[in-house]
Design a protein around this ligand. Structure first.
Ligand code: ZN
Length: 150
C-alpha cells in the first residue's frame, strides 16, 4: 500500500524508520512474545519484551509490512527501553487516542517521533497499520500480568 500524503517532514521521518528500523532483531531472553497481524494490509509483527520487575528492559521486534506499520513499531520500541509497565500502558493509550483523532493526545510530548503518524488518523484503512505495534504491546502487557499472578 502507498503511504498516505502526510507532510513531507513527517513522511521523511516515517521512511527513515522504515528503511533503518530500530530494534529489529530476535531477543534472546524474552519474558513475553506476541504475534499480531493486519491481514487487510499484510502487516505482521512479533513483538518481544524482556521485563524485570515492573520495567521493560528491552524491546525488539521482527516484522514485515507497509512503511506506516514498520515505522510505528520501530518508533515504539525506541520509547520502551527502561520504560515502566505503567508508562508503557499510558503510551499505548495515548497513541491509540491520537489515532482515533483526539487532538490533545496528539500534543503529548511523550509520544516523541510517533507524533509523525498523527496524519494517518485521517485515513481510516491505515489506522490499523499504525496501531499494530501498540496492539501487540497491550496484548504483551496483559499476557505478562496474567503470568505474574498465576
Ligand atoms: Zn499496513
Amino acid at each position: 500500500m502507498e503511504t498516505p500524503p502526510l507532510s513531507s517532514l513527517y513522511q521523511q521521518l516515517i521512511l527513515e524508520h522504515y528503511r533503518n528500523p530500530r530494534n529489529k532483531a530476535e531477543l534472546e531472553e524474552k519474558s513475553v512474545e506476541i504475534h499480531m497481524a493486519n491481514p487487510v494490509c499484510g502487516d505482521e509483527v512479533r513483538l518481544q519484551l524482556r521485563i524485570t520487575d515492573d520495567q521493560i528492559e528491552e524491546a525488539k521486534f521482527v516484522g514485515q509490512g507497509c512503511s506506516i506499520s514498520q515505522a510505528a513499531i520501530s518508533m515504539m520500541t525506541t520509547l520502551l527501553h527502561g520504560c515502566s509497565l505503567a508508562d508503557a500502558k499510558i503510551l499505548a493509550e495515548c497513541f491509540t487516542k491520537m489515532m482515533q483523532g483526539d487532538p490533545d493526545a496528539a500534543k503529548d510530548k511523550r509520544l516523541k517521533d510517533l507524533r509523525a503518524l498523527q496524519g494517518v488518523s485521517k485515513f481510516p484503512v491505515r489506522i490499523k497499520c499504525a496501531l499494530i505495534g501498540f496492539d501487540a504491546l497491550q496484548e504483551a502487557l496483559k499476557t505478562h500480568a496474567k503470568e505474574e499472578t498465576s
